[in-house]
Design a protein around this ligand. Structure first.
Ligand SMILES: [Zn+2]
Length: 235
């Protein structure tokens, strides 16, 4: 077999190892994504619960402000009552005081309910917070396991790429350039043996004169149909 073809085939074997390791890394991605999605959902639920606490608290504060201003107005009416002289004016003021007292009582009852709602919302938010923490803790071992696998594959990949670079050295630059360009295209590999007189990648028949050129492993020829490098692998 020609030395260039032999060097190219060796390079392709190294590239297959690199590709396999890259595929193993990619295969781990959905597992990480699933864990991330689970966590994101729990965070979203907690976020919504916290928002409800904020809204309930805002409502309670609004009621407090309202009640406070009613009280101030009520106090002013009481003070005015001490100074009024006319009976009609006094009875009007008394009626106003009564009415305002009823309104105030309603607002106060509403405030009690709003305070309950704040407590309720806080309870739910605490529960969600606890569930998020539990989920984080539960995911820990799985995430560590994946990270360990990733680190192991990364190490192998670094070694495989170094090995590949070393194996590429004896390949003539022009040939290596062609090889690399083909690999950037659609074909998964750059070199394919001729199989039953056809390209091993696209199965287009290789004309006899081209087959003659590579006969017995003499070299490589580009496939006219798909552009990969074809060679005579001995069959
Ligand atoms: Zn082809």
């Amino acid at each position: 077999m020609h030395a260039d073809l032999e060097a190219l085939l060796k390079l392709q074997e190294k590239d297959k190892i690199v590709m396999q390791l890259e595929a193993e890394l990619t295969a781990l991605e959905p597992e990480v994504q699933q864990l991330d999605d689970e966590l994101a959902r729990a965070e979203e639920v907690l976020g919504a619960a916290k928002l409800r606490v904020e809204q309930a608290d805002k409502r309670r504060q609004e009621l407090e402000g309202k009640i406070e201003s009613y009280r101030v107005m009520q106090e002013r009416r009481r003070q005015r009552l001490e100074w009024v002289r006319g009976a009609k004016e006094a009875s009007n003021l008394m009626a106003e005081l009564d009415l305002a007292r009823t309104v105030l009582a309603k607002e106060e009852a509403e405030w009690v309910r709003s305070a309950d709602k704040v407590q309720e919302a806080k309870g739910i938010a605490e529960q969600e917070e606890g569930q998020l923490e539990e989920l984080r803790a539960a995911q820990g071992p799985k995430r560590e396991e994946i990270a360990a696998k990733q680190a192991e594959i990364d190490d192998k990949l670094r070694a495989a790429r170094a090995d590949r670079a070393e194996t590429a050295k004896p390949v003539p630059a022009v040939l290596q350039d062609r090889y690399d360009r083909i690999r950037q295209g659609r074909a998964p590999l750059a070199l394919y043996p001729i199989h039953n007189g056809a390209c091993g990648h696209c199965f287009t028949a290789v004309p006899l004169h081209r087959r003659q050129k590579v006969l017995g492993g003499r070299g490589v020829e580009p496939c006219e149909a798909c552009g990969v490098l074809i060679y005579d692998g001995g069959e």
